[in-house]
Design a binder for this molecule. Structure first.
Ligand SMILES: Nc1ncnc2c1ncn2[C@@H]1O[C@H](COP(=O)(O)OP(=O)(O)OP(=O)(O)O)[C@@H](O)[C@H]1O
Length: 298
């Protein structure tokens, strides 16, 4: 006697503005590649920034088992924050420019292969974090990388090349800022060029700010970078792209579940590469195994 299992709902949320590969025909890809014996699909397109969170929350309320973010880290962040504290899992079809979380989770960057992973439906739980109550899943940062995300938000150009151009432009005038960090009952005061918080190991584009970060270990990896001149910037850039920054004397690493930062002057900050604004007080917290995902984790 054959038994038919009920199909589960999957909702794809597509950001048409993300990434540089706008030519990909996502509806056809889903139509041709999705295992419709297992999944009952719907496809929604975002119409404005922030829309993906509303769509994901609604899909979770409607009993959808899996919501797939089709976009980059900004879209993934918006979808994932709509799924926190629900029984709905996150999937990713990476279509962004950096795809930091997808890369960390070993989700294939080729969309047909990423869809195959959705078909396999292997679920895991990962940690999530917040900076001043803004959820993030990959990385957040204060200082120079906050400033770069602010400049990138204003730029019309996407992609790695325009990111690098902005870094070079902003680096010329940026000065490290005085801050006090409370971490594991210790207080560290110094000028900091970057204070980075890593749930996943990389910013995106395989730029590894915390190569040893484990997204399931209940710990944030905090990377502190103090004074940076031109020589140090080149060394750090090399360390980021070769996964060797953790062995550099220019970067100091700590692991913790919460961290507070105080700065006399307002500092720019970002969550998952999206510019948030400026603040003088920062509270960064990790929530263990708080998001269910489909990924290729071992
Ligand atoms: N319909 C839309 N119109 C304009 N902006 C949108 C729309 N939908 C989403 N957005 C915004 O687009 C921004 C960029 O999206 P996303 O981060 O996914 O792509 P990306 O920047 O190319 O990739 P990555 O972050 O991986 O580099 C997000 O901040 C999101 O809020």
């Amino acid at each position: 006697m054959s038994q038919t299992l009920a199909r589960q709902k999957v909702c794809f949320i597509l950001n048409p503005k993300s990434g540089t590969r706008s030519g990909v025909d996502v509806p056809s890809l889903i139509e041709q590649g999705l295992d419709t014996q297992h999944w009952e699909p719907c496809l929604l397109k975002t119409e404005y920034a922030g829309h993906a969170t509303e769509l994901a929350r609604q899909a979770a309320e409607d009993g959808t088992r899996l919501v797939v973010a089709v976009g980059g880290d900004g879209t993934v962040n918006e979808v994932a924050r709509g799924l926190l504290h629900t029984n709905t899992a996150l999937g990713i079809l990476p279509k962004g420019s950096g795809n930091g979380l997808a890369r960390h989770l070993k989700i294939p960057l080729k969309l047909p292969q990423a869809l195959e992973l959705i078909n396999k439906a292997t679920f895991h739980h990962i940690d999530s974090c917040s900076i001043n109550s803004h959820p993030f899943f990959c990385t957040a940062g204060i200082g120079f990388d906050g400033l770069v995300s602010s400049a990138f938000a204003k730029s019309v150009k996407r992609g790695l090349a325009s990111y690098v151009q902005l870094i070079i432009k902003e680096f010329r005038t940026y000065l490290a800022q005085e801050a006090t960090i409370q971490i594991n009952d210790r207080e560290l005061s110094s000028e900091f060029f970057v204070i980075a918080f890593a749930n996943a190991s990389q910013y995106g584009n395989d730029a590894f700010i915390a190569p040893m970060a484990d997204i399931q270990d209940g710990l944030l990896d905090v990377c502190l970078i103090r004074h940076v001149g031109l020589t140090e910037a080149l060394q750090l850039g090399y360390g980021l792209m070769t996964k060797t920054i953790s062995t550099s004397s220019l970067a100091e690493f700590h692991t913790c579940a919460t961290v507070q930062v105080h700065s006399q002057i307002p500092q720019h900050f970002h969550a998952d590469g999206e510019y948030i604004g400026q603040a003088t007080q920062f509270e960064v917290t990790l929530f263990p195994k708080s998001l269910e995902i489909v990924a290729a984790l071992g």
